[in-house]
Design a binder for this molecule. Structure first.
Ligand code: AMP
Length: 225
């Protein structure tokens, strides 16, 4: 896959994080996952709102656009001259303001948004994926209370670990807010990028492998165009 900037769009629990890891390893992209960066700095104070990053994350609210755009700029600045050509944005942009900011950043770096993968999945599926998910504290392997149990109950298949953890925002109250934010603020981005001619829908209700194949087909087709 030649140089391109790709955005992964979709509701919480649609599988963007997992697919971004697949695409990174399949095609050599650098991934900027805004949620992961934020989780690494939970104690940071967000001035505009008088709350910490951790408090905002746990509530399920979006952080202010200006904070997010600064964060993304600083992540882009960390990439080397080769890496900057192939970037996947996971969980960003999430508002029209952020999309406009990203387009300015792309210009600054001499790039375009080449492709937006829109992972579509119903809220009913997302709720089961998110409220059921937990991971091994040792190796990070992900399980789910509803449909992906370890072979031996309480023991990680990946590393034999017995400690598991859940994201602090994977609970009913925060998820309700995260879905509200998604439908209100991120939903309009599908039209925004469709108007720009770069949006492609992916059925994210399928299995991880089927979604991976669908995403690969889209990238390969894009490459041939
Ligand atoms: P994620 O890991 O993508 O599910 O994001 C977890 C949380 O981080 C979200 O619920 C928001 O509180 C915050 N967050 C992540 N990305 C953004 C963004 N682009 N804009 C605003 N807040 C974000």
């Amino acid at each position: 896959m030649s140089d391109s900037w790709i955005v992964l769009l979709g509701a919480p629990g649609c599988g963007k994080g997992t697919q971004s890891e697949f695409l990174a390893s399949d095609y050599g992209f650098s991934v900027i996952s805004v949620g992961d960066v934020l989780r690494g700095g939970k104690g940071t104070y967000v001035e505009e709102r008088g709350r910490t990053v951790g408090e905002l994350l746990d509530s399920g609210e979006l952080l202010p656009d200006a904070v997010i755009l600064n964060l993304v700029r600083s992540e882009l600045n960390k990439l080397g001259p080769k890496e900057i050509g192939k970037v996947l944005f996971d969980g960003f942009p999430r508002t029209v303001g952020q999309a406009e900011g990203l387009s300015s950043l792309a210009k600054e770096f001499g790039r375009d948004i080449d492709l937006v993968l829109n992972f579509s999945v119903g809220d009913d599926i997302v709720v089961r994926r998110i409220l059921g998910r937990y991971k091994c504290a040792g190796c990070g392997k992900v399980f789910n209370d509803f449909f992906l149990h370890p072979v031996v109950s309480g023991v990680c298949d990946g590393c034999g670990g017995v400690e598991f953890e859940r994201r602090t925002d994977d609970n009913e109250v925060a998820l309700k807010r995260r879905l509200f934010e998604y439908h209100e603020k991120t939903g309009p981005l599908a039209r925004y990028y469709s108007n720009a001619g770069v949006l492609v829908d992916v059925d994210a209700s399928l299995s991880l492998d089927d979604v991976r194949d669908a995403a690969r087909n889209i990238l390969n087709k894009k490459e041939r165009e």
